[in-house]
Design a protein around this ligand. Structure first.
Ligand code: ADE
Length: 279
């Protein structure tokens, strides 16, 4: 996979060369290039932002600078813009992504889908973001454009969000992880459940022991214990995820655990049992 990152702080991404991401680049599985947006400016101050039309605080990133950069990276011929084309111009399999706190949440499902594409170009906004016509324009040119938020909080810019998305996407590329089984077992893959807790040796540390079942050597009991713990933690910490489970895919033991946790499991999805209020 080829990844291009456009930012006014390209040095932020220097650490993409360490650890598993570094190895994947050395082996040729991944090719990451960073670009400084200011290289596409023409004024002495290399300015990339301007005041918001309609008023308001902060600055907005200028569409012209972004377009000069993205036209070049995506090999889209510059147009005057009136009649929008619909034919894909960039190489098929390219996705242009803008991090944006006001966009849909990035998810494991999005990461999985993006792990199969040939190329991703990330555009990191700063200040109050990028002029809204930039993603609109490239979508009109037939490019696959997506905007994602990584959470319901506001960062100073898109760099941290892009970093998080790159980690989530690239570790799903076949051949990236030393042990691909670890992906199968973890949270958000398969059933939408939080993962059970993990322990290593020693079995007792500072007076705290690992659950005895984990040292029993009985694999089916270990599997059941972990599944029940995943159900219990998800029910307590992320009940919204329990509501997305398919009751038909739950086994008898799952149903029993969920009923014990206060869920009703006879509809399509589990539903919280209403607590009776004594009057
Ligand atoms: N830019 C600023 N905050 C962000 C967020 N939460 N997600 C994505 N991009 C952002």
């Amino acid at each position: 996979m080829r990844i291009d990152i456009v930012s006014v702080f390209p040095e932020f991404f220097d650490s993409l060369h360490v650890s598993l991401l570094g190895k994947a680049q050395e082996s040729g599985l991944l090719d990451i290039a960073t670009h400084n947006l200011r290289d596409w400016t023409h004024d002495v101050h290399h300015s990339v932002d301007d005041t918001p039309v309609g008023g308001g605080a902060g600055m907005v990133m200028k569409p012209e600078v972004w377009a000069e950069c993205l036209d070049e990276l995506l090999e889209v011929p510059a147009t005057s813009g009136s009649a929008a084309g619909t034919e894909p111009q960039a190489e098929p399999g390219t996705v242009l992504i803008f991090p944006n706190p006001s966009a849909p949440l990035f998810s494991q499902a999005a990461a999985t889908e993006l792990s199969h594409v040939k190329r991703i170009v990330f555009g990191c906004g700063r200040y109050e973001g990028i002029d809204a016509r930039v993603p609109q324009y490239y979508a009109q040119q037939g490019i696959d454009v997506a905007e994602y938020s990584i959470g319901d909080y506001v960062l100073n810019g898109g760099e941290v969000a892009v970093y998080a998305m790159i980690e989530a996407i690239t570790r799903l590329i076949p051949g990236f992880m030393g042990n691909p089984e670890s992906i199968v077992e973890e949270s958000y893959t398969g059933d939408p459940l939080l993962e059970h807790r993990q322990y290593t040796k020693p079995a007792t540390w500072r007076g705290l022991s690992v659950p005895a079942v984990l040292t029993s050597g009985d694999h089916s009991k270990v599997d059941r214990y972990r599944r029940d713990e995943a159900l219990e933690r998800t029910s307590r910490l992320r009940p919204d995820l329990i509501e997305t489970l398919e009751c038909a895919s739950l086994d008898k033991a799952d149903r029993k655990t969920l009923i014990g946790l206060g869920w009703e499991v006879s509809s399509v999805h589990p539903r919280r049992v209403e607590k009776k209020v004594d009057r």
